[in-house]
Design a protein around this ligand. Sequence first.
Ligand SMILES: Cc1cc2nc3c(=O)[nH]c(=O)nc-3n(C[C@H](O)[C@H](O)[C@H](O)COP(=O)(O)OP(=O)(O)OC[C@H]3O[C@@H](n4cnc5c(N)ncnc54)[C@H](O)[C@@H]3O)c2cc1C
Ligand code: FES
Length: 302
Amino acid sequence: MTYQIPVYDINKEHSLSQPPNYNNKNSLMKTDKVYKCEITNIVELTDKEKLFQLKIIDPVEAKIFSFLPGQFVMLELPGFGEIPISISGSTSRRGSVALCIRKAGKVTNMLHKLSKGAHVGIRGPFGTHFPMKQMAGGNILLIAGGLGIAPLRAPIYYINEHRSEYENVHILYGVKTPDEIIFDFQFDSWRKVYGYNIDIIVEKPDKNWRGKTGLITELFNDIVIDPENTSAIVCGPPVMFKFVCDYLHRQGLPMNKMFVSLERRMHCGMGKCCRCMVGSTFTCVDGPVMDFWTVMNLKEAI
Ligand SMILES: Cc1cc2nc3c(=O)[nH]c(=O)nc-3n(C[C@H](O)[C@H](O)[C@H](O)COP(=O)(O)OP(=O)(O)OC[C@H]3O[C@@H](n4cnc5c(N)ncnc54)[C@H](O)[C@@H]3O)c2cc1C
Ligand code: FES
């Protein structure tokens, strides 16, 4: 079966002529500063992913460092290299930076060998962020595929801390196998304390899995979306966010109310080395967070 991109309804997308100003340039200042950090806690989430809690060592720097949901840091492991990692914690915990890291190669394998007390460096925060204020007042769909739940935690914490500003919050989370589910220890509190709906779906269940089975888009069969009053944040591999956003667009959700995080290999994180470019767009500065309309109009972005 061939898959067709839905036709744009430009009349519905009229607000795109004035794109939202969610690219906060001020947050791109001081981008070459390295904050020295101590790893204060490590939680083994799966055999591939660990959650690292970092504390900025200098108390003055700890007060200076702040970030917005969706931004990332360049994490430096001296002698091994520097990698971009999304911040996966609360924006309000000054001096504390949570990073959920999957073992992928040289730097991440080495990071997984570190213990509490080890020192690393971070630069940043970098990039655009999810426009949390612009989304306030309506319903929010938070949709994660696989490790996409890691960057999604920052907007989730933000909504927790500003709960009265948002209406219904629905988290949809899809993974390949049940043992890939992470942060499930938080799901109960997100449901009970903050009243979120959370649906999980597994592509390849094991014999113990009693929940829903299939691709993440199948979760939409059971929910009703109010397109006039809903925004979406979608984090995951490009093939996943494309199918999800196309579906939501067919339900009437404007493309400029869906936000995705576009990942590319990065080197400087600050628009200087051109490593992350898609066409003439710097993923590190113009992204990683972009609305789906922008991503669809970026040649070779997906
Ligand atoms: C904005 C941004 C946010 C990110 N957030 C997270 C996060 O929260 N948690 C996390 O675990 N990872 C995240 N990543 C991916 C992470 O940066 C890479 O896994 C890491 O750079 C790999 O470094 P390495 O030295 O361990 O692997 P390498 O030895 O450099 O590479 C190992 C393999 O990973 C692939 N790879 C490396 N970088 C990327 C990338 N950017 N995208 C896709 N494939 C890549 C390589 O092609 C290679 O196949 C993010 C990437 C970006 C750009
Ligand atoms: S990573 Fe260097 S320009 Fe984007």
